[in-house]
Design a protein around this ligand. Structure first.
Ligand SMILES: Cc1cc2nc3c(=O)[nH]c(=O)nc-3n(C[C@H](O)[C@H](O)[C@H](O)COP(=O)(O)OP(=O)(O)OC[C@H]3O[C@@H](n4cnc5c(N)ncnc54)[C@H](O)[C@@H]3O)c2cc1C
Length: 179
């Protein structure tokens, strides 16, 4: 019997483990598979929480369906009937800051009138094409990536609100999708 060890119980490890088990079953082959996870929960970056009645995703909240494999996996796991297609209105995104909801601009014209960022912050974003690449071996955080590409202000005001930021049980700044 083949012994197989998968390290990490995030979506990658779980998908690999599933593929191995599925392949072995199809080939009528017996395997001894062990999944090793250092945390006391599976899912890795994927983490769903209910906070004050809201369904909050601390990590990913969707996937692109242009590659058939993801949908095929969902289908094999009998998840098709609970998949939610993204709502048209979800294209409108807002950031709540200092008592004001700012709609994220969807066009260059909207970007000019976007009041959450200063003129300096906007000009810094326009400099993004000139960002110098770094070695792919550097394990860069999302914040470092945001600062390097878009500047400190955009990182703080646009990227940071999209990341999980819990103070007690409340989110004081939360990127909301228009419902
Ligand atoms: C805020 C946020 C939003 C995102 N939104 C999206 C989205 O909308 N759509 C999308 O497609 N992607 C999104 N992503 C990216 C996506 O979440 C990740 O690419 C994906 O979840 C990574 O999965 P993974 O299994 O490769 O890694 P992880 O989820 O990091 O899993 C790795 C697992 O391995 C375990 N591990 C690590 N080292 C060891 C060890 N030595 N021994 C045992 N266990 C170990 C860890 O504890 C962890 O459970 C988002 C990511 C973040 C952070």
């Amino acid at each position: 019997m083949k012994k197989i060890v998968v390290v990490g119980g995030g979506i990658s490890g779980l998908a690999v483990a599933y593929a191995v088990i599925d392949g072995a079953r199809e080939a009528s082959q017996e395997i001894d598979l062990t999944l090793i996870e250092s945390q006391n929960r599976l899912g890795g970056k994927i983490q769903t929480e209910r906070i004050d009645g809201f369904l909050c995703e601390a990590g990913p909240n969707g996937f692109l369906d242009n590659k058939p494999e993801t949908l095929e996996l969902c289908s094999k796991l009998n998840l098709d009937n609970i998949l939610l297609r993204s709502n048209e209105s979800a294209a409108k995104r807002f950031i709540y800051s200092k008592g004001v909801l700012h709609q994220l601009p969807a066009s260059p014209l909207g970007f000019i009138g976007f009041r959450l960022l200063s003129l300096r912050g906007k000009l810094r974003i326009l400099g993004e094409p000139f960002t110098k690449p770094i070695s792919y071996t550097v394990d860069e955080t999302i914040a470092d990536f945001g600062r390097r590409h878009l500047g400190t202000e955009a990182d703080k005001k646009l990227i940071d609100p999209m990341k999980r930021k819990r103070r007690g049980k409340r989110e004081d700044q939360w990127a909301r999708e228009a419902s």
